[in-house]
Every structure is written in structure tokens, then in C-alpha cells.
Design a protein around this ligand. Structure first.
Ligand code: AVJ
Ligand code: FE
Length: 443
């Protein structure tokens, strides 16, 4: 990493402090929305009690920013074990002697006061961890990632709605081509220059990708309903072996949170039930369902390299952008990110976020399943700890790209990589299809 001269450290400190505060405002909003009983309760065995997430955010901040970067004594070393994600499964966390909501709030405030002193005074050079304020960026992303996890918990919770947000923008009445050709050739995948990129996004490397067709939009609820009405859930030939096995065992029939009402489908969205919106990207489907849909449509899921090339490659300059629209950070015109809205926007709603080839909504709205296992890029080095990425490498996890309406811009970029088990549906995941050109189609 390059060393930031002392005089350029002030804006970095200010940015780190502002981003930490922005993340905390969201953590507070997500936990202040519920009473103590709802904060300590388990809403789904797949999720932690919300109050565990809050204290875990504080504990990670204490470990990295207060103790390690700041060199300060422990605030509460007695609770490290309780909030170590590797020590207790999510399902077993409600039974732990966790800090009560009031204590958890006090704890995270106390840690944050120390962090703010550290961000003001610690030298931002001399150690990889502090160059470009990386450790602060890492903890901002950690808190924002848990804020998305807490939003997922809110969606799993039953009972009257407590979260409200304005409706996303509506699509412009322009008709998008269904798919575009992404030309054959190498492109730069990953990054070695993005200051707050996490270890699994590094280093930048060249990847050769054959020409392929990419859909210009994620698969919509309307399209997905056609798959359901055409018997998609009852035709084993559309599913892989493990996909069909899971479909049978879990008795899958529709996306999570959908239910039949006479001749229409309804969806529960954070406690508000309404008709499924046909133009909206489908969300809450597993990798297996995505794969079955793609086969039904005569297509396939993109690989992770194809997805990133579609999202970043600029055919004119030959370089990879930070985002589909360019190098500027996402704003409300480019992408549905940051919990500004509590659902994906109709396809076609973000023309300003299109890639050079005209592919839309790659960033925001719904995470997109891609057909690649989690692996390290050539030259991968775990940094600063193996438990962020490396311990998850292998065939058990499939990748998700692009972020969703619940993901903050601080934890989303063209290179950002997310992963989960292929059976998971509680995450805000959808997908888009790709296709290998047939004989003669390339002219
Ligand atoms: C990158 C979203 C898979 O939530 O398990 C949070 C992020 N890592 N705390 C997760 C994370 C440690 C991680 N994901
Ligand atoms: Fe965590």
C-alpha cells in the first residue's frame, strides 16, 4: 500500500469519523424501532437476536479500533467470547447471557467514544492496517453489513410493520433490449487500488472471458410467476440434483414471503402484505431456484467473472470502472442502495446507473446469485484476519454480487463480493440470466 502524507490525513480522518457516525445512526434506527422483548427474541433460527448484532458491532470495533489500532486497554474483555461469531451458532445466541438492551447500548456508546479519540490522533501510516484509514473503513463496512443483517431480521419478524420508507422510483417508459452481447477478451477483475476494498476483492488480475449475452435487467416477479405457472417447481429436469433434492425436502413452491390468494400472489414486505409487483425484480429466492428458472428460460446464471465484466468493463477504454456508470460513488439516481427504500425498484428505474453496454441495475435493488464457488483471487492474502473470507473458501458457498436496497454504498462496489449457502432465501437475493451465444450468433 502507498503511504498517505501527513497533510492528507485530515480529510481521511474526517471521512472515517463521518462514515462511522452514519453507520451508527442506522444501527440505532434499526434497534430503536423495537421494544426490549423484540430485541432479545429470536425471530428466525437463521438470525441472531437484534441485540446480539448491536453488541457484536461494538465488540468488533473494540477489538480492532480501540485495542489493536488505538493500543488502548480493553473496555470489556469479559464479553469477547459471547460476541465471537465463530463460538456460538446464530440459533444458540438467544440463550447466552447477553448484555441487556440498555447495557448493549451503553457498551457500544462507550466503545465509540474511545474510537473517536483514536480516529483523531492515531498515525495513519506505518502499518498496513491504518494506511488509508483501512481499519476504520473495515469497521464501517462491518457495521453496515450487520445493519443489512438486522434488516433481514426485521423482514423475518412477524407482527405489525415498524419500518417505513418512501416507495422506490418508477421505471421510465422505455423498452430495454432483453440482453446485450458482452464481447470476448480479457478484463481487469478485482482491485489493488480501492482503499477500503476487503481482502477477497484483491488483487487486480486479468481474466479472459468469452463472449456472452447478459440480460439488461434482473428477472422480475412477473417473469418468475410464469416459471411457477409453467410448473417450474414440479419439473426435476429443470433443477440440478442437489437443487431438486433441496426443493423436495423444503417443499419449495414460490419465493419466500409469497403466498397464494385466489388467483394472485401476495408478498409480505416488512409486515405490509400486498400484491406481488410484476415489474419488480424477484427477491428471496435461493441459488437453486435461480438456476432452475434460468434453465427453464433457456439460459443460465452468469459466472462471477462474467458478472464483474458486465458491471465494470468499458469496451471503449478497455479499463474496469469502480461502478457500471463510472468511478463516482453511488448516488440516489444511480442505484437503489442504503435502505432509502425497503424494496427493489421496478426494472428500468435507474437508467443513470447503466453500464457502458446498457446493462441496468447491476448495483443495488437485489443481490444477484452467480454460478461460482467462493475462492481467493490469484495472489490472495488474508488481511487482516482469516475469518473474514478465507475460512469460507470452497464449494459450500455461492457468490452474490451488486448489493441490494438494504446494502449501504460503503459496503458495495463493482468489486465487492458476498457469499452464502445455495439454499438460503432470507437474504435480499434475486438474479439475472446470461447465455452462451449459439453457433452463428456471433456473425
Ligand atoms: C460477507 C455478509 C457473508 O454477514 O456473514 C459480518 C459479513 N463478516 N461479520 C456475514 C460479516 C463478519 C458476512 N458476509
Ligand atoms: Fe460480524
Amino acid at each position: 500500500m502507498t503511504t498517505v502524507p501527513h497533510m492528507e490525513q485530515e480529510p481521511l480522518r474526517a471521512k472515517a469519523a463521518a462514515e462511522l457516525e452514519r453507520a451508527r445512526a442506522r444501527s440505532s434506527a434499526l434497534t430503536d424501532a423495537l421494544d426490549d422483548d423484540e430485541l432479545v427474541r429470536q425471530h428466525s433460527p437463521l438470525m441472531s437476536p437484534l441485540i446480539w448484532d448491536l453488541a457484536h458491532i461494538g465488540n468488533q470495533e473494540e477489538l480492532w479500533l480501540v485495542r489493536d489500532v488505538g493500543g488502548l486497554p480493553a473496555v470489556r474483555s469479559d464479553i469477547d467470547e459471547l460476541y465471537d461469531a465463530f463460538k456460538h451458532s446464530r440459533a444458540s445466541r438467544p440463550a447466552l447471557p447477553l448484555l441487556k438492551p440498555g447495557e448493549a447500548r451503553q457498551y457500544v456508546d462507550q466503545v465509540r467514544r474511545k474510537t473517536m479519540d483514536v480516529v483523531d490522533r492515531v498515525p495513519l501510516s506505518g502499518r498496513g492496517l491504518v494506511e488509508n484509514a483501512f481499519a476504520f473503513g473495515m469497521l464501517v463496512q462491518h457495521e453496515q453489513q450487520h445493519d443489512e443483517t438486522m434488516l433481514i431480521t426485521h423482514q423475518t419478524r412477524k407482527g405489525p410493520a415498524v419500518l417505513y420508507a418512501p416507495e422506490p422510483p418508477r421505471a421510465e417508459k422505455t423498452v430495454l433490449p432483453q440482453e446485450v452481447l458482452v464481447p470476448d477478451g480479457p478484463f481487469t477483475m478485482g482491485t489493488s487500488t480501492e482503499p477500503w476494498a476487503l481482502d477477497n476483492e484483491r488483487p487486480a488480475h486479468q481474466v479472459r472471458v468469452d463472449a456472452f449475452f447478459m440480460d439488461t435487467a434482473p428477472v422480475t416477479c412477473g417473469q418468475y410467476q410464469e416459471f411457477i405457472s409453467d410448473g417450474g417447481y414440479d419439473r426435476p429436469e429443470l433443477w440440478t440434483g442437489s437443487g431438486w433434492e433441496h426443493r423436495t425436502k423444503a417443499n419449495l413452491r414460490a419465493p419466500l414471503y409469497w403466498r397464494r390468494d385466489g388467483d394472485r400472489w401476495l408478498r409480505d414486505c416488512f409486515g405490509v402484505v400486498g400484491p406481488v409487483r410484476e415489474a419488480e425484480p424477484v427477491v428471496h429466492v435461493s441459488f437453486h431456484e435461480a438456476q432452475a428458472y434460468a434453465r427453464w428460460a433457456g439460459k443460465r446464471l452468469p459466472t462471477e467473472a462474467e458478472w464483474e465484466k458486465a458491471a465494470r468493463f468499458d469496451p471503449e477504454s478497455g479499463r474496469s470502472r469502480r461502478f457500471p456508470w463510472g468511478d463516482e460513488d453511488p448516488g440516489p439516481r444511480q442505484a437503489n442502495l442504503g435502505q432509502r427504500h425497503l424494496r427493489p425498484a421496478e426494472v428500468g428505474s435507474y437508467p443513470a446507473g447503466a453500464s457502458p453496454l446498457g446493462i441496468q441495475q447491476l448495483i443495488g435493488d437485489v443481490w444477484e446469485w452467480v454460478d461460482t464457488d467462493f475462492h481467493g483471487y490469484p495472489g490472495f492474502t488474508a488481511f487482516p484476519y482469516r475469518e473474514y473470507s478465507e475460512v469460507f473458501f470452497g464449494p459450500d458457498y455461492k457468490m452474490l454480487r451488486g448489493g441490494c436496497f438494504g446494502t449501504d454504498a460503503a459496503a458495495c462496489r463493482g468489486t465487492f463480493r458476498n457469499w452464502d449457502y445455495p439454499i438460503r432465501r432470507q437474504i435480499f437475493a434475486g438474479f439475472r440470466c446470461a447465455r452462451t451465444p449459439g453457433g452463428g450468433e456471433l456473425g
